[in-house]
Design a protein around this ligand. Structure first.
Ligand code: SF4
Ligand code: F3S
Length: 112
């Protein structure tokens, strides 16, 4: 199994998660992060750290889409290990629906 970052991260991108991951397996897109499923050691430490509750174990139902997004973009985006500045409107975006369809960006972030 692995943990995955889900839709709730999009345009919230709080980045508290990267500070606690013992194996530095987060990767940064323009407006969300993903977890590399082959690098995650399933420790679960990041899950309660996310203010948007975006991180889930892939044992939860209906996360196949997100496992695919995490696996695909972890190969393309740069590694991130340090928390940066979240988007200015992160709180307004928190909890919105259909964020993938409206806002997902395949562009990479800057990494750290
Ligand atoms: Fe990192 Fe552990 Fe979260 Fe996996 S579950 S991404 S290893 S903190
Ligand atoms: Fe995203 Fe939550 Fe991390 S919003 S960047 S998964 S702390």
């Amino acid at each position: 199994m692995t943990y995955v970052v889900t839709e709730a991260c999009i345009r919230c991108k709080y980045m508290d998660c990267v500070e606690v991951c013992p194996v530095d397996c987060f990767y940064e897109g323009e407006n969300m992060l993903v977890i590399h499923p082959d690098e995650c050691i399933d420790c679960g430490v990041c899950e309660p750290e996310c203010p948007a509750e975006a991180i889930k174990p892939d044992t939860e139902p209906s996360l196949e889409k997100w496992l695919g997004v995490n696996a695909e973009y972890a190969k393309q985006w740069p590694n991130i290990t340090q928390k940066g500045e979240p988007p200015a409107d992160a709180k307004e975006m928190d909890g919105q629906s259909d964020k993938f369809e409206k806002y997902f960006s395949p562009k990479p972030g800057s990494g750290s």
